[in-house]
Ligand binder design. Structure first.
Ligand SMILES: CC(C)(COP(=O)(O)OP(=O)(O)OC[C@H]1O[C@@H](n2cnc3c(N)ncnc32)[C@H](O)[C@@H]1OP(=O)(O)O)[C@@H](O)C(=O)NCCC(=O)NCCS
Length: 151
């Protein structure tokens, strides 16, 4: 039988494990940077949050999200900035548990929509979101500023 997963707010002690998860997703961010980012998330705004999924052997997934007011809508928009479950434990409901936790957080803040971006090649992930009520819409444009990516 699989051990249950617990979802809780991310703490600074989780930064090493989260750094490893982000590396799995293709974001090589060291633990110190994750730690600094978490402290900002925790201190700047109650509209931001990060949660981790914990099993017996430690942190196995992470999600972060924020709500933002916008001029053109009456309610805040929710935005998932990262979601990753360690590859060895996918397909066990951990991603769904993290998503449900963030949806509750964002609804509590008054969001009436949630947005998330997923790389074009992650077809399994697209299926994951579609099956959970998310609809593909629009096109994303990115402009990178030179010199800002040195960290
Ligand atoms: C997408 C992701 C978060 C799902 O987490 P998970 O714990 O495997 O999800 P669950 O077990 O709750 O749900 C499994 C569902 O996700 C789908 N899925 C997506 N990627 C999967 C994978 N690598 N392995 C198994 N199932 C996967 C399955 O098809 C399944 O669909 P269904 O339940 O609708 O039939 C996880 O696979 C992951 O971290 N993927 C890589 C990173 C990524 O794409 N993150 C999102 C970017 S914002």
């Amino acid at each position: 039988m699989q051990a249950a997963v617990a979802i809780r707010e991310m703490q600074t002690g989780d930064s090493d494990a989260v750094s490893g998860l982000l590396l799995e997703l293709g974001h090589p961010v060291d633990a110190a940077t994750v730690d600094a980012n978490l402290r900002l998330i925790q201190s700047l705004s109650p509209l931001h949050a990060a949660f981790v999924a914990v099993k017996r052997h430690g942190v196995v997934g992470v999600i972060s999200a924020f709500a933002t007011p916008v001029l053109h809508r009456p309610h805040h928009i929710g935005r998932i900035s990262i979601l990753v479950v360690t590859d060895a434990l996918t397909g066990q409901g951990i991603g769904t548990a993290l998503l449900l936790r963030v949806e509750a957080f964002l609804r509590h803040l008054g969001c009436d929509r949630i947005e998330v971006t997923s790389a074009s090649h992650r077809l399994q992930t697209h299926k994951f979101y579609r099956r959970r009520g998310y609809v593909q819409q629009g096109v994303r444009f990115i402009r990178e500023f030179e010199g800002q990516n040195a960290a």
